[in-house]
Structures are given as C-alpha cells and as structure tokens.
Design a protein around this ligand. Structure first.
Ligand code: URA
Length: 229
C-alpha cells in the first residue's frame, strides 16, 4: 500500500460522494492492475515507456525540446493530475509543474488533499514544450495521446484532475470551456475526472479562481475516499 492509498481512505472530515454526481463507486484494485503485473512491474513498464518517449519524433514539438517531460510520481497513485504541456522550466528540468504554476499546485495539493506530489502521478497532454508556451495543436495532442493513455492504464488512478482547458477538453472529448466544466466530476470509464483551472490561470485570476480550484481539489479528495480502493 503506498502512502496515497492508505492516506486517502483515512483522511478525517472528508465527505463521501454526494456533490450531485454519483462517481464510479467502489472499485476493488488487486495486486495486478489492468496494465498487468503489480506496482513494481507497472513501474518498469512506465520507465520503458519513458525511454521510448525520450526519442519520440511523432510531431513537430520534438525539434524544439530540450528533453521530453514524460511524467513523474507514484506509479501506483490513486490521483493523477494532467496538465497541458511543459513550460520553460519543465523543459529544462525534465519534470512537470516545477515552475511557478507547479509551486502553487504543490501548495494546494498539500493544503487541500494532504498530499505531496510524490504521492500522485503528474503528466501532461503533450510531453514536449510547445514554442512560446502556446497551446498544443490538435495534431500534437493526438500524436502524444498514446503515451497518456498508457500512463493512465499503467498507473490506474481512481481520480484524474485535469488542469485547465486543454487537458479537460482532451479527456472529456468536448469543446466546452473549463469555466463551465469545473465544479463537478465526470465518469471516465472506471475512473472519475475532476476538472479544475490550470494553476497558471489561478495565478493570473486571483481570489475567486483560487477558491474554486480549492473546492475542486476538495471534490477530488471526496472522490478518492469514495473510490475506497
Ligand atoms: N503547465 C503545464 O500544463 N504543465 C506543466 O508541466 C507546466 C506548466
């Protein structure tokens, strides 16, 4: 049992499901995940996949990267966070959300879920930095999607928090904006997607956006407890 799996079922004062949508309900997760094999085997497969991604030239972003930013965290995490794509710092350091946005994300994860980033798995829609931090193009997101899908299958999180428009639209297959989509959770196969603002938008938007992101993370915490696995 990883810290996440034990932490999420013992957090005090956390409401269960009941914010208007039922969520996927309890789902037993045995020693072997859908990716096949236990946590150690899945960690090896993620490392293999990261190695494969490090040489990827499936889209034009490959030409501008310092390195591929594959993903980081607990291969057995119950909570996955999905952002948009690496920025400058992430491209340099090889880890998602290590710049200003990442520091806010780390703070909110600690304050609202009691979790350190090492207890979660963090990935992006595209693994290479888009020039000038522009949104990934649809073709870039599509080229990178098999990596994200494999990460989802291998980590097998109960709850996915999508950060901002790009990630939320990609996973929920919608063109609706984050302002309308956030504030509730969505079934995603056996998992639950909880959309929230991108932390960069919260840094720009101030108090109300921050309060809404906090509320979304509390919703994610309730979903983790509700998943009970
Ligand atoms: N913004 C993202 O969407 N992802 C990162 O990794 C960093 C900033």
């Amino acid at each position: 049992m990883t810290p996440v799996r034990s932490a999420v079922v013992t957090l005090p004062g956390v409401p269960g499901p009941g914010d208007g949508d039922p969520g996927p309900g309890p789902a037993a997760r045995g020693a072997t995940g859908p990716g096949g094999g236990g946590p150690a085997a899945r960690a090896v497969r993620l490392a293999d996949l990261a190695r494969e991604a490090s040489g990827c030239t499936r889209c034009g972003l490959a030409g501008g990267r310092t390195q591929v930013v594959f993903g980081v965290g607990d291969p057995d995490a119950e909570l996955m966070l999905v952002g948009e794509g690496p920025g400058e710092q992430e491209d340099l350091q090889g880890e998602p959300f290590v710049g200003r946005s990442g520091r806010l994300l780390d703070r909110l994860l600690a304050e609202e879920l009691g979790l350190h980033r090492r207890h979660c798995y963090i990935a992006n829609i595209v693994k290479c930095r888009p020039p000038g931090n522009r949104d990934p193009l649809p073709g870039e997101a599509a080229a990178c999607r098999p990596f994200l899908d494999a990460q989802l299958e291998l980590v097998d999180p109960a709850v996915i928090v999508t950060l901002g428009n790009v990630a939320t639209r990609a996973l929920l297959a919608t063109t609706e904006g984050i302002t309308r989509l956030r504030g509730r959770s969505y079934p995603f196969g056996t998992r639950t997607v909880v959309p929230t603002f991108h932390p960069a938008a919260v840094l720009r938007g101030g108090g109300e956006a921050l309060a809404q992101m906090r509320a979304d993370l509390v919703r994610a915490k309730a979903r983790l407890v509700g998943a009970g696995r």
